[in-house]
Design a protein around this ligand. Structure first.
Ligand code: DC
Length: 219
């Protein structure tokens, strides 16, 4: 089961604040692959609706915004704002939005030499034939503590319990939706980062990927 000739695809999924985004970036740098944070594509749709003062529950408008997203112009700083995360998970339940974004994400993955993609449905829907799949997770408490520290550092003032409630709400929406719910692919390697710092998690991920690459070369 290989994706495409001349393409090597590493799929990284997991819930909010599991560390998957940072890991994906480090893994892409380590192997010299392009990286796509697919969460930014859902955030870009949500942000377009918010700044145009459009409702977040109109699938037709959201799908139109999704069709116009340009992967080459995703502004991480702008889209990472804490406030946009909840809106992103609302538009992400819409099948028409997902169809439009998944098509773009696949085209990115299928461009040689391949890529590292991170999100919620990369190993299950976007790239089911990915060469290596990681499912990065951590307890809700550990994830909330990390996200809370980031928020305080950026000058925000949410309490830890507010952040934990937000994480649980997004988990429920991301795991409970009918279309492409967050779950590990059957052939994903699980990486629980609750007790790991990023350096430890990175070393664990690299050893999983190196083993998969070595096994692929011999098969
Ligand atoms: O990873 P993130 O926090 O930037 O993602 C924002 C929202 O986008 C998340 O709550 C669910 C959605 N998302 C998705 O449904 N599928 C993806 N592949 C990536 C993100």
């Amino acid at each position: 089961m290989k994706s495409l000739p001349n393409c090597y695809v590493i799929a990284i999924d997991g819930p909010a604040a599991s560390g998957k985004g940072t890991l994906a970036r480090l893994i892409a740098e380590h192997y010299g692959f392009p990286h796509l944070d697919t969460g930014l594509t859902y955030r870009a749709v949500a942000r377009t609706l918010v700044i145009e003062d459009l409702p977040l529950d109109n699938e037709e408008l959201a799908a139109h915004a999704a069709a116009n997203i340009d992967l080459a112009h995703l502004d991480r700083d702008l889209l990472s704002a804490y406030g946009i995360a909840d809106a992103a998970s609302q538009v992400a339940v819409m099948p028409a939005v997902r169809r439009a974004l998944v098509e773009k994400q696949r085209a990115f993955a299928e461009t040689p030499p391949g890529a590292v993609l991170d999100g919620r449905d990369i190993g299950t829907v976007v790239c089911p034939d990915a060469d290596v799949k990681l499912y990065v997770t951590a307890s809700p408490q550990a994830r909330a503590e990390r996200r809370h520290a980031e928020i305080l550092e950026a000058g925000g003032s949410e309490s830890l319990s507010e952040v934990l409630a937000g994480i649980r709400r997004r988990d429920e929406r991301d795991m409970g939706r009918a279309d492409s719910p967050l779950k590990p692919a059957e052939d994903a390697h699980l990486l629980d980062t609750s007790e790991m710092d990023i350096e430890t998690a990175f070393r664990a991920a690299i050893s999983i990927i190196d083993a998969a690459r070595a096994a692929g070369q011999h098969s």
